[in-house]
Write a protein that binds this ligand. Sequence first.
Ligand SMILES: Nc1nc2c(ncn2[C@@H]2O[C@H](COP(=O)(O)OP(=O)(O)OP(=O)(O)O)[C@@H](O)[C@H]2O)c(=O)[nH]1
Ligand SMILES: [Mg+2]
Length: 170
Amino acid sequence: MLADVGLVGFPNAGKSTLLSVVSAAKPRIDNYPFTTLTPNLGIVSYRDDKSFVMADIPGIIEGAAEGKGLGHRFLRHIERNSVLLFMIPADTGDIEKEYRILLDELRKYNPELLDKRRVMAISKCDLLDEELTDAMRPLLPGDIPVVFISAVSGSGISVLKDMLWRAINS
Ligand SMILES: Nc1nc2c(ncn2[C@@H]2O[C@H](COP(=O)(O)OP(=O)(O)OP(=O)(O)O)[C@@H](O)[C@H]2O)c(=O)[nH]1
Ligand SMILES: [Mg+2]
């Protein structure tokens, strides 16, 4: 196993940034795709004396299962996590569609990946005002617990940790 929680998302979704705010890890962060080329691990403290391990995995794109991007090299890291945290940025036009693309790539690579427990974080929610976030809620996928987070403002991070802890221990 690589980690308790593996971060799954398109490049630039904010995966490394999340790892850097919930752990002591110092992954490279930048505003271009494929900044992360190998997984980074961090230990996330939870409540008083608990912790879990989070893995920041390189971004995947449509076609990854056929080798696009750095396809297989990245997808194989996803197998080695017990819970998958899907990260989709709040300014993504169609969140449901992006989620389906990610699920499809996982399924094409190894259908057993879909048996893993999943949580979704809508990242960069500081980019939206409250009205927009509320308008988005009914459009979110119904088959996965979802939380809005911002690594910049810290919003939603403690709720996310609760959700991950529950998923790891269920
Ligand atoms: N506004 C805002 N920007 C963010 C947030 N989180 C990350 N970013 C920005 O988004 C860009 C990409 O962040 P990364 O953490 O490098 O993204 P990544 O998912 O690790 O990208 P890859 O390694 O390429 O897969 C950077 O410019 C970050 O500063 C957030 O919560 N709010
Ligand atoms: Mg990264």
